[in-house]
Design a protein around this ligand. Structure first.
Ligand code: CUA
Length: 183
C-alpha cells in the first residue's frame, strides 16, 4: 500500500495503534510538555530574557524627551554625521530613538551603574540588539520599551537593528560606550 492509493480498510482510523507510532506520540508529548514548562523557567532563570516594561507614547513626545536629554548631557560629538555622544548621570532615564536608519544618539554609560533605557521608534518597526551581549527588544512606534540595564563590562557595545526595515537596515548601527567606573 502506498499513500497515493486509498487505504485498504475503509475505516482505517479504527486500526490499532502501532507500538512504534505510540512510542513516538508519547515522546513528542513528553518533549512538548518539557518545552512548555521551560518557557516560564527560562524567563525566571535564563539569562536571555529581559524583564521589559512598555508604555504608550507618541513620536513627538518621545523625541522631545530625547532632545532634552541630548541638550543636557552631550559630552562630545562623533565626526561622522555630527552624532552627539550623551553621558547621562547614573540612575537616570535615558532615551534612545530608532528611526530609518540610525540609533540616535550615541550613549556613554559607566560600568556597574544602572540606567533606565527607554527606546522607541519614530517610524517603523526596528529591532534593538546589543552585540556581543544577547539583548533583544522589538521597537515599534507608539510604544516605548524600558530596559533596566547595568553594564558589567567596559568597552564598546554595538547596537544593531535586527528587524528588516528597508534599504538602509544594515547601516542602522549605534553605540553604547561603557567606561570604567569613576572616570
Ligand atoms: Cu531598523 Cu532594520
Amino acid at each position: 500500500m502506498t499513500s497515493i492509493q486509498p487505504p485498504a480498510a475503509t475505516i482505517w482510523w479504527k486500526q490499532p495503534l502501532d507500538r512504534v507510532e505510540g512510542t513516538w506520540i508519547a515522546l513528542a508529548l513528553v518533549w512538548s510538555l518539557i518545552m512548555f514548562i521551560m518557557m516560564p523557567l527560562w524567563h525566571v532563570y535564563g539569562k536571555q530574557n529581559l524583564s521589559n516594561e512598555a508604555y504608550r507614547t507618541t513620536p513627538e513626545a518621545f523625541i522631545a524627551k530625547t532632545q532634552a536629554m541630548v541638550d543636557q548631557y552631550t559630552v562630545r560629538t562623533e565626526t561622522n554625521q555630527n552624532m552627539p555622544v550623551v553621558r547621562p548621570p547614573p540612575g537616570s532615564d535615558v532615551y534612545l530613538i530608532g528611526r530609518l536608519w540610525q540609533w540616535w544618539p550615541l550613549l556613554e554609560f559607566e560600568k556597574g551603574q544602572t540606567y533606565r533605557l527607554h527606546i522607541s521608534s519614530m517610524d517603523w518597526q526596528h529591532g534593538f540588539s546589543v552585540q556581543p551581549v544577547n539583548i533583544n527588544a522589538q521597537i515599534v512606534p507608539g510604544y516605548e520599551m524600558v530596559l533596566t540595564v547595568t553594564p558589567d563590562t567596559s568597552g564598546d557595545q554595538t547596537i544593531i537593528c535586527n528587524e528588516y526595515c528597508g534599504i538602509g537596515h544594515h547601516n542602522m548601527v549605534g553605540k553604547i560606550y561603557v567606561t570604567e567606573g569613576g572616570s
